[in-house]
Design a protein around this ligand. Structure first.
Ligand SMILES: C[S@@+](CC[C@H](N)C(=O)[O-])C[C@H]1O[C@@H](n2cnc3c(N)ncnc32)[C@H](O)[C@@H]1O
Length: 275
């Protein structure tokens, strides 16, 4: 039976509340490395966003704040937002333990105009954010409203084209399984266990999640319609190891071993708000 958008979002929020404490202990997030000073940011966003020293930065869907705190270490004055209370609790604890000045806020992205005032030099969001959102047009309007005139909006995201392939653990080639265009109800996923990259499998109570596929054209158009001037859209042949036949490039970024270079796995967009 089809559910309401709010019910889908609530199922997703329960999921993220449950996995936040698991993720802080996950090998791939490398919190111990972060505590020793290692950055969780990738060269893609570091190079493309450039110098953030002294700039105010709003991080949308910041999870438990690892990237947010890394931007703070790069010199930004950071505010992180996520709708998962447990993720934000973890973010605040991590910030306190590491002595990093920061502000974290629990809010659904769609409720942010009611929960946060002001505008920022940079609005940043990355990797695995848009498929949790039903309405990209509204998301872009809200993101743009928080960019000050002359400021920057930046997103680095998993490429939706990469998500059309069968991702079963035994696949050995690219087979189309999911639609690239999916204007209807979200796709349902049942993550019975916390992801393998979290270390030993952890049985989840809230494994049921719902995701909306947003083609790159839809995202770009939404940002333009929200009044942002696009500076670039880049696509990359590396991303998360969502298929079994991938090899590591750097950190958690992987390339396909078969068809390497043929499929876009990550994209990034930088835009400015006209003055
Ligand atoms: C894959 S994580 C993003 C991780 C990100 N790369 C990072 O570490 O900075 C997706 C995040 O989106 C959050 N989220 C999903 N839907 C949301 C919504 N409607 N409003 C706010 N946060 C949301 C989840 O709680 C989760 O923390």
């Amino acid at each position: 039976m089809e559910r309401s958008v709010n019910e889908y979002i609530e199922a997703n929020r329960k999921h993220w509340n449950e996995v936040a404490p698991i993720h802080t202990g996950a090998i791939s997030y490398d919190v111990p490395g972060f505590k020793e000073g290692k950055s969780s940011l990738n060269s893609v966003e570091l190079d493309e966003l450039g110098d953030v020293q002294g700039k105010t930065l709003l991080h949308l869907q910041c999870q438990f704040g690892l990237d947010t705190l890394c931007w703070a270490r790069e010199g930004a004055v950071v505010t992180g937002v996520d709708f998962s209370e447990s993720a934000i609790d973890q973010a605040r604890e991590l910030a306190e333990e590491c002595g990093i000045a920061s502000r974290f806020l629990v809010s659904d992205v769609y409720d942010l105009p009611d929960n946060l005032d002001g505008q920022f030099d940079i609005v940043f969001t990355s990797y695995g954010v848009l498929w949790w959102l039903p309405d990209v047009t509204r998301w872009a309007q809200i993101a743009s409203s928080f960019v000050r005139p002359g400021g920057t909006f930046y997103i680095a995201e998993f490429h939706p084209f990469a998500h059309i392939f069968d991702d079963a653990p035994d696949v050995d080639d690219l087979h189309v399984k999911y639609p690239y265009f999916n204007p209807g109800p979200p796709l349902r996923f049942d993550l019975e266990h916390a992801y393998a990259y979290a270390g030993p499998a952890v049985k989840l109570q809230n494994g049921e999640t719902y995701r909306w596929q947003h083609p790159v054209g839809e995202v770009l158009t939404a940002l333009v319609d929200a009044g942002l001037r696009i500076e670039f859209l880049h696509e990359y042949p590396f991303g998360l190891n969502f298929l079994p036949f991938m090899e590591r490039v750097e950190g958690w970024m992987f390339r396909l071993t078969k068809h390497d270079g043929s499929v876009p796995l990550v994209y990034s967009i930088r835009a400015t708000k006209p003055t």
